[in-house]
Design a protein around this ligand. Structure first.
Ligand code: KG4
Ligand code: ZN
Length: 350
């Protein structure tokens, strides 16, 4: 089965083809430079850029894979959560293509796709504990199959990646600054700066990162590190600060994941995904937790951690193989709204 995946939920226009579980080709137009001028994604600009690039990227994808569009068996598209205008561009493109080619279309949950990307290069073990940590979301799921995701914890305010980006912005890093904090942290020294572990003195599996964002901002201002990135004399201080921030984020994620492992005893594997899963310390700490708990640890390669279309095509392929599809009138779902359980299933002999 050849599945086209379309990802336009935020600021990357991305398309990919997955054939029998293998990524055949990928195309991508990143808007990072455009939005970095504003220090974050500007939704109206994002949707216009998706519209400008999506057809061009589709043509390029077919050329790269040496296929005709008639060879595609299924179109999978990220239906949410994300920015409404951006999602609508990918959704309309996917539905038009499915209608024109008379093939099924499938609306894929962007967060589930982040986690299913673990299967691109690894065997997926179930039941799994899935931790998605991205710029827009922090979620814990119990996953029993590609189609069965049970949310068990989530951020009650900011996403972990947002705390990275806003903190990095204050230090003077370009958007999105998670990877710069991570790079500086590796040169930093432990213990010089202290940040409180946010929202851990409770019994639940939820996260809160807005307090960390505020604590980090206060510490940056008090230490004279605001916009300090170009000041040579302060590079060591920035590295030590980033070290503390990385430690705090990683430790918080580990505490809640460990708690989830205690609550759900039948878990076989920990899956880690989303942009922040590219963070070296977050990866290492969660891998350590899995090892100490006798669980498999699976995380996608860093290029499949941040938003990409291979994860949508791969999730589409996994679900499509089991006969899942949507009616052409399925809705696009912006952030904050529940994705309806309207997926349909054919019997595979149909
Ligand atoms: O999954 P993603 O591409 O987009 C969303 O769905 O939100 O995640 C982007 C987020 C940004 O907040 C970015 O700063 C963060 O992932 N990120 C990192 C690293 N690489 C990307 N955060 C920490 N360390 C990294 N190495
Ligand atoms: Zn994402």
């Amino acid at each position: 089965m050849l599945c086209l995946g379309i990802e336009t939920s935020c600021d990357e226009t991305a398309l990919a083809l997955v054939c029998d579980g293998k990524v055949l080709a990928e195309t991508l137009a990143s808007q990072i430079e455009l939005h970095s001028i504003f220090g974050g994604v500007v939704p109206e600009l994002a949707s216009r850029e998706h519209l400008r690039f999506i057809s061009l990227l589709f043509d390029e994808l077919l050329k790269k894979a040496h296929i005709n569009m008639q060879d595609i068996d299924l179109v999978a598209v990220a239906r949410g959560p994300g920015l409404l205008g951006s999602l609508l561009v990918g959704g309309a493109f996917a539905k038009s293509l499915a209608l024109g080619l008379d093939i099924p279309v499938l609306g894929v949950n962007h967060l589930h796709a982040h986690l299913l990307a673990c299967g691109i290069e690894h065997h997926l073990e179930y039941p799994a504990l899935g931790l998605v940590v991205s710029g827009g979301h922090t979620y814990l799921f119990k996953i029993s199959s590609p189609a069965a995701f049970m949310p068990i914890g989530r951020s009650i305010d900011d996403a972990c990646g947002e705390a990275f980006d806003k903190t990095g912005n204050l230090l003077g890093f370009a958007y999105p600054s998670g990877k710069f904090i991570d790079q500086f942290a590796q040169q930093g020294q432990n213990g010089r700066f202290k940040l409180p572990l946010p929202y851990i003195d409770n019994e639940n599996l939820d996260f809160s990162f807005s307090g960390l964002k505020t604590a980090a901002a206060n510490l940056i201002i008090a230490s004279g590190l605001q916009d300090a990135i170009n000041q040579k004399a302060l590079q060591k201080d920035i590295a030590d600060f980033c070290h503390a921030f990385n430690e705090c984020a990683a430790e918080t994620l580990v505490i809640k994941t460990k708690r989830a492992l205690q609550k759900f005893e039948d878990i076989a594997a920990i899956w880690l995904a989303g942009g922040v899963a590219a963070n070296s310390l977050v990866r290492a700490r969660l891998q350590e937790l899995a090892q100490n708990s006798n669980k498999e640890f699976i995380a996608p390669a860093p290029k499949y951690c941040t938003d990409n279309a291979a994860m949508i095509a791969y999730a589409g392929w996994l679900l499509g193989q089991e006969g899942y599809y949507n009616n052409l009138d399925f809705e696009i779902v912006p952030r904050g709204k529940k994705i309806p359980e309207d997926v349909l299933k054919t019997s595979l002999s149909d």
